[in-house]
Design a protein. Structure first.
Length: 117
């Protein structure tokens, strides 16, 4: 089971996205890594684009079956910022994947990136 708890759901471009990732695994499915990625994508009638903001990897010690991992990722200064228009939208997501024996577990949650003040 994976859980994401963000300290804030809106961050300025160039600031840190912070929070925690909670993970607990089954005894017969040892995890190797927990990978968190902040990415953006466009949606709508305009051109489709996407990009990777930051990635963090956490190595899971052998035999460990649960953890609360601190998350601190710098969102790029250049953004892009979140946007919801009539023809196009820009949205940010935090995607977490547990690399483990068998099928990997995954979860994601959205957050907003605003213009730096």
């Amino acid at each position: 089971m994976i859980g994401i708890a963000l300290d804030r759901t809106t961050v300025d471009a160039g600031e840190f996205l912070t929070g925690t990732v909670q993970w607990s695994g089954e005894p017969d499915r040892a995890a190797r890594l927990v990978i968190a990625a902040a990415y953006w994508r466009t949606d709508g009638a305009g051109n489709v684009a996407h990009g990777l903001g930051r990635v963090a990897q956490f190595k899971v010690p052998a035999g460990q079956r649960d953890a609360t991992l601190p998350l601190r990722m710098l969102i790029p200064h250049e953004g892009p910022v979140s946007f919801q228009g009539e023809l196009i939208a820009v949205e940010w997501k935090l995607h977490v994947r547990v690399d483990q024996r068998g099928i990997d577990e995954q979860i994601e949650t959205g957050f907003r990136v605003s213009v730096r003040r």
